[in-house]
Design a protein around this ligand. Structure first.
Ligand code: DGJ
Length: 623
C-alpha cells in the first residue's frame, strides 16, 4: 500500500526492543489484504552507526471477523546466490552454546525452542557465513531474536540454490486470536552484516547489545565483584553464616554479597516454598532489613535470589490458588525440579507476584537481584484464558511486564538474569538484566567453551562468570585458582565458594585477582577477539583491546598438555601495527605488527590446564 521513512526508531508495545535516539530511522512498508481484512506493516529500524537493522511486524485486523495468527515471523532474508554455512549454538543444561557450523543443504534446516524459555538447547542467535569465511575474512550475516520464549530460526535452500533465512515466534503452541480492530506486534529480530569476518560481526552485536539493549544504572559500568552463596553453602545457611561470608568478602575486596536460594518460606531444599515470598526470619535469625544492614556494615553491597515465575505444590500460594499454576485439568502435571510454573499469562498472578517481590525489595536494602527460572513450561493450560492458543506467548508478556515494573520501581538495583544458568541467554532478557548467569557449570575448562560460544552474539559484560571451589561441583575436575581466575575475569566476575575454607596462599591469590580485575574491567567493553577455537584446538585463547588500542589483555588456557610441548605462537588482533607494546610478564617490548603478524610466543608451563593472563600496554618511543 505504501511506505514511510521516519526519524527515530519504532517501539513495540509490551515487548523489549532496541532503543535509539535521533541517530536511528524507521522504514515502514504497509501491505494489505482487503479481502481477508488484514493490514501488515513491516517495520525496519536502521541503526547505521552500529551496522544494525532491526525488524518487527505489525498485524492489524481491519475486517469484521476474528482472525487467527498461526505463524508470525519477524524477519526474512533472501540470498539469491552464494555458498553459505549455518552457524548455530546448541547445548544442554550446564553445557550451553556449543558451536555448530555446517554447509547449508537443500531442504529446511531449523533450530528453535518450544520449552517456554529461549532454552539451553538452542540459542536464538544464528550466523550465516560464506563457506570460506573465517574470524577475519569473508561475508557473514547474524540474526538475534529479542525474545526469551519459543522461537524458530529456519533456513531453506531451494531448487535454484537460493537461501531463505526466517526468524520469529515458533508456530508450535501458537494460535493467536485477533478480533476486529485489534493489533499484534511480532517480537524484534536484530540483523547485522560483516564483510570482514565473524569477529567484526560479533563486535557489531556486542556494541549494539551494550548501547541499545542493556539499560539501567550499570549499563556502561564495570559490575561489582560478587560472592554468591549458592556453591558456598547451597540451602545450608543462617543469618550468621551470611554475615560471616560478607565479612570475608569485604576482607578480600569483594563488593557484593548475594544470598541465593533458600531465604524465604520454609525452603531448606528444592521441594517447597516457591511462591511464598515471605522472609524466613526463623532461618535468618533476623529480618531482611537487619540482615542487609549487617552486610552493608561489613562494607559490601547486598543481593538476593528470586524465582518469581514458579510455584511449589508445598506452598501456601499453591494451597490457596492451585488454579494459578499451568496444568491441564484432570491430568497429573509434569514436575521438574519438584516445581510447577505459575500462569504468568494471567495478569492477576503477575500483579500478585509484583506486589510480593516489591514488598521484599522494600523490606531490605537490596542492591542486586538474581532472577532465576529453573524449568521448562509443560502442561500449557491456563485456567484463566478464554483461548489456549497463545498461553506461552502471553506468559512471556507477563514475564516482561513483571521485569519492566520491577526494574522501573527499583532502578538502582543491578539485575542478573538466570535460567538454570544459561537457559534464557538472549537479548530479550538483556533488555531488563544487563548481565546473565552464563551457565550453572563453573568448571573453568567447560567455561572456556561456553563463554566462547556465547561470545559470538553477546558481550563479555553480559556473561556472569564465577570462580568456584575444586574439585568442581559439576564436573569433579580440579583446576588451579589461577586458571579459574583467567576464565572468570573476562566476564561479570565473581566468586561462588566458601571463603572460610581457603588456605593462606589462596586468600593471597584472591586478593591479587580482585586487584587485577579492577585494572582490566574497563577493558572488557573494548573489542573482543576469539583467537583459537577451543572445540577444535588444544588451547583456548581470546583477547580484548581498548578502543584507543593502547592496552590489550590476552587470556590463554591449555586444555591439553603433552610431552616436550612446543612454544605456541598466539597471533594477536586489533592492535595498532605502528605502536610498540610492553608485555606484562617479561616486560619485553613488541611492535603491534610483530604481535599480529608473527605472534606472541607463549612458553608453556608443565601441569594440567595451566592458564596465562598477559597485558600489553603501549609504550612511547624512548620509554
Ligand atoms: C539455578 C541457578 O542457576 C543456580 O545458580 C542457583 O541459583 C540455583 N538455581 C538455586 O536454586
Amino acid at each position: 500500500m505504501g511506505y514511510q521513512i521516519l526519524n527515530g526508531k519504532y517501539t513495540i508495545p509490551n515487548l523489549p526492543a532496541a532503543y535509539a535516539d535521533k541517530m536511528a530511522q524507521t522504514l515502514k512498508i504497509v501491505l494489505a489484504d482487503e479481502r481477508c481484512g488484514v493490514r501488515v506493516t513491516l517495520l525496519y529500524g536502521v541503526l547505521e552507526e552500529c551496522d544494525i537493522i532491526t525488524r518487527s511486524v505489525k498485524i492489524e485486523n481491519t475486517g469484521t471477523r476474528k482472525l487467527y495468527l498461526e505463524k508470525v515471523s519477524s524477519s526474512c532474508l533472501d540470498f539469491l546466490y552464494g555458498n553459505y554455512d549455518m552457524i548455530s549454538f546448541y547445548g544442554r543444561h550446564t553445557m550451553e552454546r556449543n558451536v555448530q557450523r555446517h554447509k547449508i543443504l537443500h531442504g529446511r534446516q531449523a533450530v528453535g525452542s518450544i520449552r517456554g524459555a529461549s532454552s539451553h538447547q538452542y540459542n536464538p542467535f544464528m550466523i550465516l557465513a560464506e563457506h570460506t569465511a573465517t574470524e577475519q575474512t569473508g561475508e557473514c550475516y547474524g540474526a538475534a531474536f529479542v525474545y526469551s520464549g519459543n522461537f524458530s530460526a529456519e533456513i531453506e535452500k531451494d531448487q535454484f540454490d537460493q537461501i531463505r533465512f526466517v526468524m520469529g515466534l515458533s508456530e508450535e503452541q501458537f494460535s493467536y486470536s485477533l478480533s476486529a480492530g485489534e493489533v499484534f506486534y511480532a517480537p524484534e529480530v536484530v540483523l547485522s552484516y560483516s564483510g570482514e569476518g565473524i569477529a567484526h560481526l560479533s563486535h557489531n552485536f556486542h556494541y549494539f547489545a551494550r548501547k541499545h539493549i542493556c539499560r539501567g544504572k550499570y549499563k556502561d559500568k564495570p559490575r561489582p565483584v560478587l560472592l554468591n552463596s549458592w556453591e558456598a553453602c547451597y540451602f545450608d545457611f543462617d543469618g550468621e553464616k551470611i554475615v560471616a561470608l560478607a565479612e570475608q568478602a569485604a576482607e578480600f575486596g569483594v563488593e557484593l554479597l548475594v544470598l541465593d536460594d533458600g531465604w524465604f518460606g520454609q525452603r531448606d531444599d528444592d521441594n517447597s516454598s516457591l511462591g511464598d515470598w515471605e522472609v524466613n526470619e526463623r532461618k535468618l535469625g533476623c529480618s531482611l532489613r537487619e540482615l542487609s544492614e549487617r552486610v552493608h556494615q561489613k562494607g559490601v553491597l547486598f543481593g538476593i535470589w528470586i524465582e518469581p515465575e514458579m510455584v511449589s505444590e508445598d506452598s501456601n500460594l499453591y494451597r490457596s490458588h492451585p488454579d494459578w499454576a499451568l496444568q491441564i485439568p484432570g491430568k497429573k502435571p509434569v514436575r521438574a525440579r519438584n516445581q510447577l510454573v505459575l500462569d504468568f499469562s494471567n495478569p492477576e498472578v503477575v500483579e500478585y507476584i509484583l506486589e510480593k517481590i516489591s514488598d521484599i525489595l522494600r523490606q531490605g536494602e537490596v542492591d542486586y537481584v538474581k532472577w532465576d527460572m529453573n524449568r521448562s513450561l509443560t502442561d500449557i493450560y491456563s485456567a484463566n484464558a478464554k483461548e489456549q492458543g497463545a498461553v506461552s506467548y502471553h506468559y512471556m508478556l507477563g514475564v516482561y511486564h513483571l521485569l519492566e515494573s520491577l526494574t522501573a520501581r527499583f532502578p538502582d538495583i543491578l539485575w542478573e538474569g538466570c535460567c538454570g544458568g544459561g537457559g534464557r541467554f538472549d537479548l530479550g532478557m538483556l533488555y531488563y538484566t544487563p548481565q546473565i548467569w552464563c551457565s550453572d557449570n563453573t568448571d573453568a575448562l567447560d567455561r572456556v567453551r561456553i563463554q566462547y560460544g556465547t561470545s559470538f552474539g553477546y558481550p563479555l559484560s553480559a556473561m556472569g562468570a564465577h570462580i568456584s571451589a575444586v574439585p568442581n561441583h559439576q564436573t569433579g575436575r580440579s583446576t588451579d585458582l589461577n586458571t579459574r581466575g583467567v576464565v572468570a575475569m573476562t566476564g561479570a566476575f565473581g566468586y561462588e565458594l566458601d571463603f572460610g575454607k581457603l588456605c593462606e596462599r589462596e586468600k593471597k591469590e584472591i586478593r591479587e585477582q580482585i586487584a587485577i580485575y579492577h585494572k582490566i574491567a574497563p577493558l572488557l567493553n573494548g573489542k573482543y577477539y576469539r583467537i583459537s577455537d577451543p572445540f577444535a584446538e588444544e588451547y583456548g585463547a581470546w583477547m580484548v583491546v581498548d578502543p584507543e588500542k593502547k592496552k590489550a589483555l590476552l587470556s590463554i588456557v591449555m586444555l591439553n598438555i603433552h610431552g616436550n610441548m612446543p612454544v605456541i605462537y598466539v597471533r594477536l588482533f586489533g592492535l595498532d601495527p605502528t605502536k610498540n607494546y610492553c608485555e606484562s610478564i617479561s616486560k619485553d617490548i613488541y611492535s603491534g605488527e610483530a604481535l599480529m603478524a608473527g605472534g606472541f610466543p607463549v612458553a608453556l608451563r608443565a601441569g594440567d590446564y595451566q592458564a596465562y593472563q598477559i597485558m600489553f600496554e603501549e609504550v612511547n618511543a624512548g620509554e
